[in-house]
Write a protein that binds this ligand. Sequence first.
Ligand code: MN
Length: 130
Amino acid sequence: MAEKANGEVILIVEDNEKNMKLTRDILQFHGFATVEATTGEDGVALTREKHPALVLMDIQLPGIDGVTALERIRQDASTSRIPIVAMTASVMKEDRERFDKAGFDGFITKPIDVRAFPGQVRDAIARGRA
Ligand code: MN
């Protein structure tokens, strides 16, 4: 559990300041490096620029939503293989199915579970590499 990441870059796409801060603080504490975007458009641009090990994608964002941002990242051959996990407050089955169908590599429920979160992030990165 105390295992530290080696500065792997995680892109957080999140428009809520408190959620962003919590997510960033936990990841940095566990040895990840973070890059941040507060809109879907910036998330797409930063994915191209930084090639993160993982993208944590909020769904409800100003401008394009997380699903559209995912589609744009997938459409670009240079970023199509980067794992993307939806961060969502919704536990509705229809929403989960919609995110699955859109091509997300998984989802993490908000509010995040502070203790479980680093492991969820590591698992998502490992699945992306498999
Ligand atoms: Mn949001």
